[in-house]
Design a protein around this ligand. Structure first.
Ligand SMILES: Cc1cc2nc3c(=O)[nH]c(=O)nc-3n(C[C@H](O)[C@H](O)[C@H](O)COP(=O)(O)OP(=O)(O)OC[C@H]3O[C@@H](n4cnc5c(N)ncnc54)[C@H](O)[C@@H]3O)c2cc1C
Length: 479
């Protein structure tokens, strides 16, 4: 079998892997990044299109957890990982959240203030910006409804460049994902990138890992297996695939036993006025009032996405879709309380993910749905879709009150795009799988550096925290 070598092998090129590669390569290390997905140009397909799902999503977006209610989860599988397909919303988590993480698993050197320089570097290097002017009709509507309820809203910054002339410059094509920021920067510093290359398992040798067995496509399109020998290995394959790969390779202590996520429900809302203008891109306003437990906002509402979230109960979908300019998709995202397990299934390509949607989650989502409905009706909505399978369209707040009190287990369309905490970090070995900098307990040279490390929910969109934490950890390794 062919053998290749690197000082540092990085598995995965999403935010965690891209940041790991940049810092290590710029410090002069010989870095090889292997990525299961393909290297698509940023504009290889229109954002949020079915073609994009086909190219850049794991399994075209069809992944589900098992439990009382199945939760559909989405992940990127391409160079840049989730950053290529996400809404690019950026937050720093609250200092109280970071302090809670530090105390929960006893993380060393983790004062919330010590992370500030890392967030500042992320904001600079990955080009985090606010809209230069205006905020689009869907955001304005959210503000209007929240204002009528006496609630606060806030514009969320994005990994985005709004360069150019005019009020709509860059709104659709200014994404600053890993494939246009950190990945090319790592390459300029000498890192090698191998797309279409999947790590099958890590090669374990007692307390050390000697490298990995990978499968990739050769120059004639045939699958080939290659051994990659490395002095150190960073696994940054995301919150589901990282624990799966570790478990498959024999590392199981607290690995894949504590997956957490932000469960979301979405409704479509129809208004009398036109409020859906895709030229504005992703609406950036969120309702601030119920954070951190609950976030309310508006999604990008293209016709294919409307078709996906519009309940069948709204009658003739085709006629409804003709009215797409008056219809938008709105969401409730909660900090989930369920803790899930990820298990590798030897003969299958995907792991088994089990996670309960708890009664506390249902109550929280119900409360969020009620708040969202109150806001939308206050803003002039005439009809909301019903997130419960077979449920009738919602036309009044009274309809919603009854529904929100008792969301039924097993009959809800629940999804998530934020997964984390499956390989938690910290000094408390009874609770964690890695030390305070991502080194897997009991090993000398195996590290994790992605969303899996979070001891608990960040209570905000996670990509900014993945990047800042990854920078902190790999700087330590370099040092
Ligand atoms: C639709 C969507 C919208 C989102 N919106 C936002 C948002 O607005 N703001 C925000 O902050 N977050 C958002 N997120 C979440 C954010 O994208 C993730 O938190 C982030 O990408 C996690 O980074 P990561 O490095 O941990 O993993 P990932 O981004 O998942 O990267 C892991 C990479 O590893 C690769 N890989 C996996 N297994 C292997 C293997 N065996 N061998 C080789 N490579 C492998 C994968 O293909 C993938 O490219 C969104 C996510 C999605 C899916």
């Amino acid at each position: 079998m062919k053998v290749e070598r690197a000082d540092l092998l990085v598995v995965g090129s999403g935010p965690g892997g891209a940041m790991t590669a940049v810092v290590a390569a710029e410090a002069g290390r010989d870095v090889l990044v292997v990525e299961e997905g393909a290297h698509w140009p940023l504009r290889s397909a229109p954002s949020f299109s079915l073609a994009e799902m086909d190219q850049k999503y794991r399994n075209g977006g069809l992944n589900v957890t098992f439990g009382g209610t199945s939760i559909t989860y989405l992940e990127g599988r391409c160079v840049g990982g989730g950053s290529e397909i996400n809404a690019a919303l950026y937050h720093r988590p609250l200092a109280s959240t970071l302090a809670d993480w530090r105390d929960r698993t006893d993380i060393a050197d983790f004062e919330p203030d010590s992370l500030v320089p890392h967030f500042e570097a992320v904001e600079r290097d990955c080009e985090v910006h606010m809209l230069p002017q205006g905020n689009g009709p869907a955001s304005a509507l959210l503000q209007r409804g929240a204002g009528a309820m006496g609630w606060s809203t806030k514009e969320i910054a994005r990994f985005w460049s709004y360069e150019g002339e005019g009020p709509r410059a860059g709104l659709l094509d200014g994404r600053r994902s890993m494939s246009v920021t950190l990945v090319p920067r790592a390459s300029r510093a000498g890192a090698r990138l191998s797309p279409d290359t999947r790590v099958i398992r890590l090669l374990r040798n007692g307390r050390r890992v000697s490298g990995a067995l990978v499968e990739r496509t050769d120059s004639e399109g045939r699958p080939e297996r290659v051994t990659i020998e490395a002095r150190d290995v960073f696994v940054c394959a995301g919150a589901v695939q990282t624990p799966r790969l570790l478990r498959r390779s024999g590392f199981t202590h607290n690995v894949g036993d504590t997956l957490q996520l932000h469960p979301m429900i979405r409704v479509t809302a129809r208004f009398r006025e036109e409020m859906n203008d895709p030229a504005w891109g992703v609406p950036t306003e969120q309702v601030d009032e119920f954070k951190p437990a609950l976030t309310l906002g508006c999604s990008y509402s293209s016709v294919p996405h409307l078709a996906l979230w519009m309940g069948a109960e709204l009658g003739n979908k085709r006629a409804q879709l003709r009215d797409w300019k008056r219809t938008g998709i709105f969401y409730v995202a909660a900090v989930g309380t369920g803790v899930g397990k990820i298990r590798d299934l030897p003969l299958l390509n995907e792991p088994l993910v089990r996670l309960p949607l708890t009664s506390a989650d249902l109550a929280r989502l119900g409360e969020g749905l009620l708040r969202l409905g109150q806001l939308l009706f206050a803003a002039g909505a005439v009809e909301l879709s019903n997130p419960v399978e077979g449920g009738k369209a919602i036309r009044t707040v009274a309809d919603l009150e009854a529904l929100a009190k008792a969301l039924p287990q097993g009959k809800m369309a629940v999804s998530t795009i934020h997964l984390f905490s499956s390989v938690p970090m910290g000094r408390n070995e009874a609770l964690t799988a890695t030390d305070s900098y991502g080194r897997v307990h009991g090993t000398e040279n195996l590290y994790v550096n992605d969303a899996s490390l979070f001891p608990a929910s960040p209570a905000v969109n996670p990509q900014g925290t993945v990047l800042a934490l990854a920078r902190r950890n790999v700087q330590r390794w370099v040092g």
